[in-house]
Design a protein around this ligand. Structure first.
Ligand code: AMP
Ligand code: ZN
Length: 115
């Protein structure tokens, strides 16, 4: 059994407010939102960080970015704009080592960074 919190969400071992899911990816609300809308989008495969992507992941990366647009539209933050952030490694402050995109919006974000 994985110790990774996001793998646990993928495997439905712990609850999350899931807003989108398919065979490859999942999107759920961040437990500690830093903007009015704060969603995390992840590949279901456990990948430690952005640094660990390989060529074979290109399709899932493309899929995830396109779904981020769809999710932003569905949540009504596409027209007003949003931010996608991928923290990577120590200096970024990455805390969960299962790669994830922060989708933030719903209000002016200013200089807000996802930390
Ligand atoms: P990062 O610092 O980029 O690794 O971001 C990790 C994010 O995961 C933070 O914004 C946390 O609030 C969020 N997070 C941690 N545990 C959970 C959880 N169980 N459900 C939803 N979001 C979580
Ligand atoms: Zn994981």
């Amino acid at each position: 059994m994985s110790e990774c919190v996001f793998c646990k969400i993928v495997n439905k071992e712990i609850p999350a407010d899931i807003i989108y899911e398919d065979e490859q990816i999942m999107a759920f609300k961040d437990i500690a939102p830093q903007a009015k809308v704060h969603v995390l989008i992840i590949p279901k495969e456990h990948i430690h960080s952005n640094l660990y992507f390989e060529g074979r992941h290109k399709p899932v990366i493309g899929h995830l970015i396109l779904k981020a647009n769809e999710i932003a539209k569905k949540l009504g933050i596409a027209d007003t704009g949003y931010r996608l952030i991928v923290n990577t490694g120590k200096h970024s402050g990455q805390e969960v080592f299962h790669v994830h995109w922060h989708l933030l919006g719903g209000e002016p974000l200013g200089r807000l960074v996802c930390k």
